[in-house]
Design a protein around this ligand. Structure first.
Ligand code: ZN
Ligand code: ZN
Length: 260
């Protein structure tokens, strides 16, 4: 479930067998709890807060979530050191798989300008969800993880033209476009086209910039690229920046994301 996705805040809920992991803490506590209730997941069922990296759009409410929901946190050592959270913390090593709330969770390193940023592969009953946002490019090792996804949540941060002609200061434009910045619509579309037909079955374009992108533009770029490649068996939707927007249930046969 996507609760918020963009440069102003990021948070997801991943549920298996009645318990859930909260991924990133960039949504409000009220929005997290309301979305959980709507999906039949009261806050007692939230087992852990998993963090991708220490940038504020991912951790703004990390302390609040852990304190109010009495949750431990898990992240890479570099991320934990930057945050210094006052809760039980579990350190994750990229490449290793751990058991967490009924899920097998594998962190994998991403090229981004945080201390030790990662994406995550979640597995349960042969269903795989992969989250990869905040990456400046897609290295081959990351492609291997993306290819396994039934649901892939992939960054499609900005339109290149809008970024360079837009209002950001020059150093920020350079940071966003750098190999350790954020993935453009074009890069995301190229990545999806390289993965092949029907693999993954469902894609959420995520972490869209409010200034340099729009849901319509991100979707059109991905769809046009996939059509030109002859890729048809893929459902694509856009996770909205500022409110709960998408939900995916592996038990539903269509694989279509549902609007929240
Ligand atoms: Zn970041
Ligand atoms: Zn971010």
């Amino acid at each position: 479930m996507a609760l918020a996705s963009g440069s102003s805040g990021n948070a997801y809920l991943v549920e298996a067998a009645g318990t859930a992991v909260v991924v990133d803490a960039g949504a409000s506590l009220r929005s997290l709890m309301a979305a959980g209730e709507r999906w039949g997941l009261p806050a007692e069922r939230f087992a852990c807060l998993l963090l991708t990296h220490e940038h504020s759009d991912h951790v703004a409410n990390a302390g609040l979530f852990c304190r109010r929901l009495r949750m431990p946190a898990a992240a890479t050592e570099g991320t934990l050191q930057r945050l210094n959270l006052a809760t039980d913390c579990r350190s994750l090593t990229p490449g290793q798989t751990i058991a967490l709330a009924g899920l097998a969770v594998t962190a994998f390193a991403l090229p981004h300008d945080g201390a030790d940023p990662v994406g995550y592969l979640f597995e349960h009953d042969n269903v795989r969800v992969v989250l990869a946002t905040d990456l400046g490019h897609v290295p081959p090792a990351v492609v291997g993880h993306l290819r396994q996804a039934d649901l892939l949540i992939l960054e499609s941060n900005h339109d290149v033209g809008r970024l360079w002609h837009g209002p950001y200061p020059w150093p920020l434009k350079q940071r966003v476009a750098s190999p350790v910045g954020h993935l453009s619509n074009y890069q995301a579309a190229e990545c999806l086209a390289s993965l092949g037909d029907g693999c993954p079955k469902t894609v959420w374009l995520a972490h869209l910039s409010a200034t340099n992108n729009s849901p319509r533009l991100a979707l059109r770029t991905a769809k046009e690229r996939l059509q030109s490649q002859g890729v048809r068996n893929i459902e694509i939707a856009v996770a909205l920046r500022d409110r709960p927007s998408l939900c995916w249930d592996s038990d539903l046969p269509t694989g279509q994301p549902q609007l929240l």
